[in-house]
Design a protein around this ligand. Sequence first.
Ligand code: MOS
Length: 738
Amino acid sequence: MTITTPGATGLRGAVGVAHTRVEGRDKVTGAARYAGEIPFAELAHGWLVLSTVARGRIRSLETAPVLDMPGVLTVLHHGNAPRLNTDYVGMLGTPDPTAAVFQDERVPCAGWPVALVVATTSEEAREAAEALLVTYDEEPHDTALVADHPGAYPGEGHMPAETEKGDLEARLAASAVVMDARYTTPEEQHSMMEPHAATAVWDAGRLEVFDSNQGATWIRGDLAKMFSLDETSVRVRSEHVGGGFGSKGLRAHQVSAVMAATVLQRPVRVVMTRRQMFSLTGHRSPTAQRVRLGADRDGRLRALEHVSLSRTSTVYEFVEPSAGVARVMYDADAHRTANHVVRLDVPSPTWMRAPGEAPGSFAIESALDELAERCGVDPIELRLRNEPETGPVSGLAFSSRNLSACFREGARRFGWADRDPRPGVRRDGRWLLGTGTAAASFGSGAMPSTALATAEADGSFTVRISAADIGTGARTALTLIAADALETAPEGVRVRIGDSDFGPAMIAGGSMGTRSWAWAVTAAAAELRARLAVVPDIPPEGITVRSDTTEAIAALARKERHSFGAQFAEVAVDIATGEIRVRRMLGIFAAGRIVNPLTARNQLLGGMTWGISMALHEEAVRDRNTGRYYAPDLAGYHVATHADVPDIEADWVDDHDPDDPVGIKGVGEIGIVGAAAAIANAVWHATGVRHRNLPIRPDRVLTASVPDPDPDPAPVPGSASVQDPAGATPSGGGVAHA
Ligand code: MOS
């Protein structure tokens, strides 16, 4: 079904009109095959065996009894697995060697892959894997992120570790109002619906991998380099992907499946369980952040410092760049940001749902709310007074910055003007009510991609691009883009994605997928139309052209390129149980031209729902003594579900990107940014209590104490949990005593 608006249908009118997913029927009827369910003859099944200790060395693997078990074909481990090359530069730079399994006896964390048991059925493989006896020489481990960890150092990741201008201490000392607060966020897990799965098959000298990933050419390139194969002899396909959120890169499942398929010379499938995914597929590091602000009485910032500490593994340096938000959002005479990291005995973290921006915006947008309270200035007005002219750190012009339009429209629709700024004064029975707001931003970039456009002899078109639709609706968006660019209706275009044979293209990541692919598709379509204009007839095999946007993207002027948004939340806090319910949420975004309003809204609502989850529910808890997770599954790890989201709305203001051929910026990740802060700010407005540690669990609400002129230094029993990175407890008033 196509939802149409009058006057917007027909030729060159597809972009901007709501369109259901072109593969929607296939998905809901089960016709769409995911990586773990494509049938193969002679398929063998691999089951990963994970370490039970958090640090040490494998002393022995008793494989003989397991090899005698029913159906078992082989057991791969560091003693017999093929050697891998990890010394290469991949599509995304230096690869994360976390996926290079079975190369030595070292165990860097609990849940590290130590063996793959392959059998003729999945059940036999699992049975044997669980029977495999592995002994370890255990070493002392450290898995706890604490603020001021002695091992912390500046971590670069994909951006500079530190930025600094002006004399911060002097400006803070001279400021009329000063804010200094620490914030923590816990380890979070991607928790996409479809678990990681891959099937590796050697077919006539060519390696084929059917996989669930965020970029087929990326995985193809990394697998080829890792196994020292020619890239043309590797093909990776990922036609349907049930969510990724940053976690679906090169992982143990593809690598171990390729190893086993190579050794056994038959198709091998490796599927992860939800529990295995906790340690095998990356996660968001916990953070310990400190924000210091100095301002004039009217809220104008004079000094800003944001320092964030995250943790990485001993195998790979991944930095959660939480202090990066302030580099774009707020300026001050003295300005310092720093991302620090410490190596601990934990699995490697990775990109997850607005990496950096999500936890960073919780800290800085909470701090600004607190500053607004101290200054007696409305939180929206405070932000508008601090709108920078140019990039606060880069000095570059913004390509467009429509944050104030988002706040104006959001305030109007949310009913912000009627808000009583006083905290803790609204009651609805046993519920305390409050509202909060926060700003959002996320980078909007484009990366080089190639696309193939074919004019078929029957008058239809086929577009091929190695894009990944991880649930975003990218395939449908590209269909609309191609239809307009080819001056035809969406029904006349087939878009094929998820195949590395279509050539290099950007991954589904960084909120850059659809924009990057749309650029390549637009370019290919233009070239095809030019070709068709001079060709009398289309031959039976069609006419195909290929685009490459490398040069066009390199020619873009250097600017601060970002999407922006304003988040609003209303919460109710149960004074008896500490339960927080989000009653309504509104997000207004300036995120470039919206290609498909139906799926774009869905993406933004999904991001905002993550924000609810981040504020109130999500927390992967690790036992310091064993270094292992407690309850690593979706019963123990809570994510927001339908019942947690009663009334949520996302919309946008006009914001065509001036430098993009279609006007796109990207809506991938901005939906979560600022959402947790808006909720935490609403909880303060409801209760008078600042919660600076996420998630804001009922026990934290109940055990928080009212700010007391004569505070009792004794900790409240049970209020400090092992995973609090700063060992901190919430400050401020407990509503139970309010
Ligand atoms: Mo996204 S965290 O860049 O896949």
